[in-house]
Design a protein around this ligand. Structure first.
Ligand SMILES: *Cc1c(COP(=O)(O)O)cnc(C)c1O
Length: 375
C-alpha cells in the first residue's frame, strides 16, 4: 500500500516512516494478553535507555497526549506541606502553572523573559528564600518559541536546595541527547509522536524509582492521572491500569527499532542538518526569527511575520499544505509568528523542496522578496 508522504514542519505529530505507519496493522489482540505485555516491558527499558538512565530509573506509560504527563507529574509528586516552583518562560511552562492552579496546589510562578534564557541567580534566590519547595519544574525546550532552557544548571540548583527536578522534555527527548545523571534530571517526559517518530496517543514519564515509591504516601489528587498508581500496576501486572493505545504501542515498538538503528548521535546530527537548511532558506528570503541563534534548541525556528500588506499566514499555509508541506502558527502573544520545526522522519532535501514551494506561495500572494520588516 502506498501512503502519500507529507512533510510536517509543525511541532509534532511529525512525519513518520511507512514502516512505523504499517506496524499498526496487526491482528486484533486483547491488551491483557501476555503477548502484549511482552511488548511493553522492553519498551519501558528502552525509554529509560534513551536518556541514559540505569536501574534506578523507570518509565511509566500513559494513554494520552503529551499534556497528560505534565498533569501527572505536577499533581503526583508534590508532598503535603510542599510547594512547587515553576520556571515560567513560555507557553508550555505557563500550561504547567495552569495545571497547578486547577489542582489548587501551592506554587511559585516564577515568570522569566520568553526570548532569552532565565536568570539562574533569580532561581537560586527563590530556592534560598523558600525552603518548602518540593520540586522545581522547567520546560527543556519551549516549543512555542524554540528557546532551549538550561536544565543541567537548574537541576543542579534544585538538588542543592533539596528539591527534585522535573523537566518537560516532550519536544527534545530522543532528539537532543539527554543524560539524566549529567543533566540532573529526576523526571522527564515525552510523547510517542515527537522524538521517537511514532504515533499519537502514547506518552511516558521517565523518572527516579525511589521518588516514585516515596510518592506512594503523597496526597492522591487524581484517579486517572496518578503516577504511583500506574507505576504500581505496571510493576505488579506488566500492564497499564486502563486500556492502552494498542496500535500506537505497536507503532512505538517499530519506532524504537528505527531509533536505535539510526543512533542517538546520527539522529541529532540529522535534526541539526534539517535546521541548518531551515535557517539557510530564511536567510535567502530575509525572514527574521524571534530567538537569537545561540539560545535556540535547533529544533524549532519561530519566524516573525513580514510587515507586508499582502502577507497572510493562512494563504501561505494553504498553498504549502496543498503541496504536502505543513507549517504552523506561532504561540507568542502579541506578536505574529509562525514555526518551522526540524522533527520527524525528514532530511535537508525535504526542506530545500519546501523553500521552493514557500517562495512560490509568497510570489503568488504578491509578498515582496526579500521580505520587509519595519524595524
Ligand atoms: C508537544 C508538547 C507537549 C504536549 O502537547 P500535547 O498537545 O498534549 O501533545 C508538552 N510539552 C511540550 C514542550 C511540547 O512540545
Amino acid at each position: 500500500m502506498e501512503v502519500k508522504r507529507n512533510v510536517l514542519l509543525n511541532p509534532g505529530p511529525s512525519t513518520t516512516t511507512d514502516t512505523v505507519k504499517m506496524a499498526q496493522i496487526v491482528p486484533d489482540i486483547c491488551p491483557r494478553e501476555k503477548e502484549f505485555q511482552q511488548i511493553m516491558a522492553p519498551m519501558r527499558r528502552d525509554l529509560v535507555k534513551i536518556v541514559h538512565g540505569g536501574d534506578d530509573y523507570t518509565a511509566v506509560l500513559f494513554c494520552g497526549s503529551g499534556t497528560i504527563c505534565i498533569d501527572i507529574v505536577l499533581n503526583s509528586l508534590l508532598d503535603e506541606g510542599k510547594k512547587a516552583l515553576v520556571i515560567d518562560n513560555g507557553s508550555y511552562s505557563s500550561r504547567a502553572a495552569e495545571v497547578l492552579t486547577y489542582y489548587g496546589l501551592p506554587f511559585i510562578d516564577l515568570k522569566q523573559p520568553i526570548y532569552t534564557k532565565p536568570d539562574l541567580n533569580v532561581i537560586e534566590q527563590t530556592l534560598k528564600e523558600n525552603s518548602d519547595i518540593g520540586y522545581v519544574y522547567m520546560t527543556h525546550h519551549e516549543t512555542g518559541s524554540g528557546l532551549l532552557n538550561p536544565i543541567r544548571e537548574v537541576g543542579a540548583l534544585a538538588h542543592k536546595y533539596d528539591a527534585f527536578f522535573i523537566t518537560d522534555t516532550t519536544s527534545s527527548y530522543a532528539m537532543i541527547p539527554i543524560n539524566v545523571y549529567e543533566d540532573n534530571v529526576d523526571f522527564c517526559m515525552a510523547s510517542a509522536q515527537k522524538g521517537i517518530m511514532g504515533m499519537t496517543g502514547l506518552s511516558y514519564v521517565i523518572g527516579k524509582t525511589s521518588i516514585i515509591e516515596a510518592s506512594k504516601s503523597f496526597p492522591k489528587r487524581s484517579y486517572y492521572c496518578n503516577l504511583y498508581m500506574q507505576y504500581e500496576y505496571f510493576e505488579k501486572t506488566g500492564q497499564m491500569h486502563f486500556t492502552p493505545p494498542v496500535q500506537t504501542i505497536y507503532a512505538a515498538k517499530q519506532a524504537l527499532i528505527e531509533y536505535w538503528a539510526e543512533g542517538e548521535e546520527a539522529k541529532w546530527k540529522r535534526h541539526q542538518r534539517i535546521m541548518a537548511a531551515i535557517h539557510e532558506g530564511e536567510e535567502k528570503l530575509g525572514l527574521k526569527e524571534i530567538i537569537a541563534r545561540e539560545d535556540q534548541s535547533g529544533l524549532v525556528s519561530a519566524v516573525k511575520y513580514p510587515d507586508d500588506p499582502n502577507w497572510d499566514f493562512d494563504k501561505v499555509h494553504d498553498y504549502c499544505y496543498e503541496r504536502g508541506f505543513t507549517i504552523y502558527p506561532g504561540k507568542i502573544e502579541k506578536q505574529g509568528t509562525f514555526r518551522l520545526c526540524a522533527l520527524g522522519a525528514i532530511d535537508a532535501p525535504d526542506i530545500e523542496d519546501f523553500w521552493k514551494v514557500f517562495r512560490e506561495a509568497l510570489e503568488v500572494n504578491g509578498v515582496q522578496i526579500p521580505v520587509r520588516y519595519e524595524d
